[in-house]
Design a protein around this ligand. Structure first.
Ligand code: XMP
Length: 517
């Protein structure tokens, strides 16, 4: 792999993604990883990332200069460019002038391997206080800016290079090309990390690991569990059983999407557990949001546990073991929880909650090395339909937390009908990829007076909550076109008897959350 050494800013994961976009496999490692440990992983190259520190600050992270004696290609970015300069005997100055944001880069001379034939002046994204004033010996300076005479250098012989700017962000329009040149031209790495190769390698690894034993996978209806299930199915076929818990809080069409579309695309063994009544009973009389969430979580775990036990028992009678539980854990979760190499016995399940300790599964996490965009591409490669692969997020507790008030069968029917209309119209308007998601909420305890035909109505309001977001941590309300809002409003009030008013939530997050409960 290419190892991206994380100096503590939010950029390391983005760099790792960009490296993969250049079709080279990459992983993020902490900056205190010793050189021997880095080399033990046989890196094709090492990228030193940006970071928030000043190289002059006490305790600022460094790079061990022994790294540069290993004959491994190294690329320094921003802070990584500066620690590299220091380690190799160049000069970093604490100038006190900061360069931040869009800056014009001037290419020096022919531009060297990294910048040759790029426009002589082009914009790059900067974010730094200290600057390199003198490149280490043997390096050619190939670009600068007004504030930073040394903004890029390279020593092609030794396969070492670096840039002061951030090539990984979209604000550096030639950044990806510069990164690509380092990886392919300077480091000499062959671009072989493709969706097809990801699938092939994963399938081989899963086969090797599972052998002739059996695995189960809980499908949530979301992208990650679907792609994880499809990959494992590709590898071990009928040795996998997928379990889908229908808790009655799903939206229109979701069960069909799993039972028909997912099965058609994969040929997977599917067990659907229909437990809507059990969930409704458990939710009767409950209005507190946290209590609802707890009940739904608890019932979900119980249902899955019971189903897993039944499957294990049946398989046992047939002389087969169920040893593996498939999970859709993604690479960002792995990095954020401090790396680690997986495969521990399960105590708590990320999506499903805690499984009982007497059901000891080994985890199979085929997406552990992948970013979300790669997961989607793998899904398409495996033949999953767009409706599954580009599905917007939907909360585990489902419509249960979108009915404000007690959850009843009638109210679920009302909300499901309104939600289906909103989704249909958003899709018809081609807006699915523009919005992050659009919860539709039923204010079941609020009523208002209306008039329809000649009659007075006394119905419930529906709230539309369209949001735009990068990661759901923050969000803004989406400015949907009025015509689309109008169509949704007209259709819902005409077609859903209980609803006589449609309202729009124009609150950002914070202060609002995306969901109402
Ligand atoms: P909030 O409401 O916290 O939601 O702004 C952030 C994102 O998380 C989704 N969400 C959930 N997803 N289980 C999930 O799998 C949950 O319990 C849950 N609650 C909220 C929500 O739809 C939004 O995308």
């Amino acid at each position: 792999p290419v190892l991206v050494v994380d100096y503590g800013a939010q950029y390391a994961q983005l760099i790792a993604r960009r490296v993969r976009e250049a079709q080279v496999y990459s992983e993020v490692v902490p900056h205190d990883t010793p050189v021997e440990e880095l080399m033990r992983r046989d890196p094709a190259a090492i990228v030193l990332s940006g970071g928030p520190s000043s190289v002059y600050a006490d305790g600022a992270p460094r790079v061990d200069s022994a790294l540069f004696d290993q004959d491994v290609p190294v690329f320094g970015i921003c802070y990584g460019f500066q620690v590299m300069t220091q380690a190799l005997g160049g000069t970093v100055e604490h100038t006190g002038t900061r360069e931040y944001g869009r800056t014009e880069l001037g290419v020096t001379g022919e531009g060297g391997a990294l910048h040759e034939e790029l426009p002589g002046h082009h914009p790059v994204w900067m974010s730094h206080g200290d600057s390199v004033s003198k490149a280490p010996e043997g390096f050619t300076v190939t670009a600068g800016t007004d504030g930073t005479p040394v903004a890029a250098f390279e020593d092609v012989q030794r396969r070492l290079a670096g840039v002061q700017y951030h090539p990984e962000v979209a604000h550096s329009p030639h950044g990806q090309e510069v990164l690509r040149r380092f990886l392919h031209d300077i480091a000499g790495i062959k671009p072989q990390w493709t969706t097809a190769s990801i699938v092939d390698e994963s399938v081989a690894a899963i086969r090797e690991r599972v052998g002739s034993r059996r695995a189960i996978c809980a499908l949530s209806g979301g992208v990650d569990s679907a792609v994880a299930g499809a990959l494992v199915q590709r590898a071990i076929g009928d040795q996998l059983t997928c379990v889908f818990v229908d808790h009655g809080l799903l939206r229109a069409g979701e069960r069909t999407q799993v039972e028909r579309d997912f099965v058609a695309a994969t040929g997977v063994n599917l067990v659907t557990v229909d437990v809507a009544d059990r969930f409704l009973d458990a939710l009767a009389g409950v209005t507190d949001p946290e209590e609802k969430r707890k009940i739904i979580g608890r019932e979900f775990i119980r249902t899955f546990e019971q189903t897993a036990r039944d499957l294990v028992e049946q398989a046992g009678e047939a002389g087969e073991q169920v040893d593996f539980l498939v999970q859709g854990t993604l690479y960002p979760d792995v990095v954020e929880s401090g790396g680690g190499s997986g495969a521990a016995n399960i105590k708590s399940h990320h999506n499903v909650g805690g499984l009982p300790e007497d059901l000891q599964f080994e985890l199979v996490e085929p997406l552990r090395a992948l970013f979300k965009d790669e997961v989607r591409r793998v899904g398409l490669e495996l033949g999953l339909p767009e409706t599954i692969v580009h599905r917007q997020p939907f909360p585990g507790p489902g419509l249960g937390i979108r009915i404000i008030g007690e959850v009843t069968a009638d109210r679920l029917r009302t909300l499901r009908a309104a939600d289906a209309i909103a989704r249909e119209e958003l899709t018809a308007a081609g807006l699915d990829r523009d919005i992050w998601q659009c919860p539709v909420v039923l204010l079941a305890e609020v009523r208002s007076v209306g008039v329809q035909g000649d009659g007075r109505t006394y119905g419930h309001p529906i709230v539309l909550r369209p949001v735009s977001s990068e990661d759901a941590m923050t969000a803004d309300w989406t400015r949907l076109p009025y015509e689309v809002l109008e169509r949704i409003s007209t259709r819902i009030t005409n077609e859903v008897a209980e609803v006589n008013r449609v309202t729009l939530d124009v609150t950002s997050k914070p202060p609002g959350t995306i969901e109402w409960e």
